[in-house]
Write a protein that binds this ligand. Structure first.
Ligand code: HPA
Ligand code: ZN
Length: 332
């Protein structure tokens, strides 16, 4: 099997995908029309043309605008179901999806509406496609600590449906320390913890995510490379980084895929995984990310398998399931 065939054949777990970032223009247009919500675009083509970002904030402005058309439980179901169909195409057999409740509750959409729509799609994905999934609720870090506390309260009745709490949105100027107390409360309530850190923000934010939030994984984390002591800690603790190569390219975290550090980090023994982040906006789903990395950095079959194994090891599934998928990968 050559590398491209192997990429398609490997079972994979996706650990860093924002469900609102899987919103394809065609579906956005359809839902906007059925909900009678105005969007500043006349056509699917116009939506696509608006996707010319140059950093995280210019992306987020468009991403939040797109999410405004999501109102009813069925909208959230349709959004997640469309993503699960992409998972099936790419052999993503397990996914841990972020959702941003504040993006919706701020507009008057009930927390339960969002969660029930997503949850129903997760159940159908298991039954009809054999894909397992978990939900991770993210706090928007550009909003206040008080707002995050309120969101955590809203999530408590749904604790059994949400595996972890995360931190996303505009990174620079909003360090993990801003949310130290909220995450302490989330940990006490039994949530696992993840946080975006070291995407645009400095290595100090990764240290804070480790020391203050006590994360189980770092989302992105590619700027950890700038701090040798930090990198050594990530290696020693086998701390997973959920790396998103096409996202890094599109948001100019790297200038060219040949300059991406994922291959070097993998060779140094960092527990890196490949993920799609916001695939509708960044030019591709899971396999597109693997293929782009391979085309630029020429990974061996063993390295590609290691990336897939890492995705299951870093996932929140039970160890018997992990071992089952890892054994399947090793036999390829
Ligand atoms: N970074 C931070 N916040 C986000 C992202 C991201 O890549 N995608 C959606 N929200
Ligand atoms: Zn992200």
């Amino acid at each position: 099997m050559n590398q491209v065939e192997l990429i398609r054949a490997l079972p994979k777990a996706e650990l860093h995908v924002h469900i609102e970032g899987t919103f394809e223009p065609e579906l956005m247009f359809e839902i906007a029309q059925r909900n009678h919500i105005q969007i500043p675009y006349q056509s699917v083509e116009e939506i696509k043309q608006a996707y010319n970002f140059h950093n995280l904030q210019s992306f987020l402005d468009i991403y939040y605008a797109g999410a405004n058309v999501l109102v009813h439980e069925q909208d959230f179901y349709d959004l997640a179901w469309a993503y699960f169909e992409k998972c099936a195409e790419d052999k993503v057999v397990h996914t841990e999806m972020f959702f941003d409740p504040q993006t919706h509750t701020e507009r008057g959409v009930e927390f339960a509406t969002v969660l029930n729509g997503l949850k129903r799609a997760c159940t159908d994905a298991k039954d009809k496609l054999g894909i397992s999934s978990q939900l991770i609720m993210c706090f928007l870090r550009h909003l206040s600590e008080e707002d995050a506390f309120k969101t955590l309260e809203q999530a408590l009745p749904f604790k059994h449906d949400i595996i972890a709490v995360g931190l996303d949105s505009s990174e620079v100027g909003h360090p993990p320390s801003k949310f130290e107390r909220v995450f302490a409360k989330a940990r006490e309530a039994g949530f696992l913890i993840v946080a975006h850190a070291g995407e645009e923000g400095p290595p100090e934010y990764v240290w804070e995510a480790l020391d203050l939030l006590q994360v189980n994984r770092i989302d992105h984390g590619v700027r950890s490379d700038e701090d040798p002591a930090l990198l050594q800690r990530l290696i020693d603790e086998k701390m997973p980084l959920t790396v998103c190569p096409l996202s890094n390219l599109k948001l100019c975290v790297v200038e060219d895929m040949t300059e991406h550090n994922i291959h070097r980090l993998l060779k140094q023994g960092v527990h890196v995984t490949i993920n799609s982040d916001d695939p509708s906006y960044f030019g591709g789903y899971m396999n597109d990310n693997f293929l782009a990395v391979h085309a630029a950095l020429n990974l061996s079959n063993d390295e590609l398998k290691q990336l897939a194994i890492n995705s299951f090891e870093a996932s929140f599934i039970d160890s018997a399931e992990k071992q089952k998928w890892i054994a399947t990968i090793q036999q390829l």
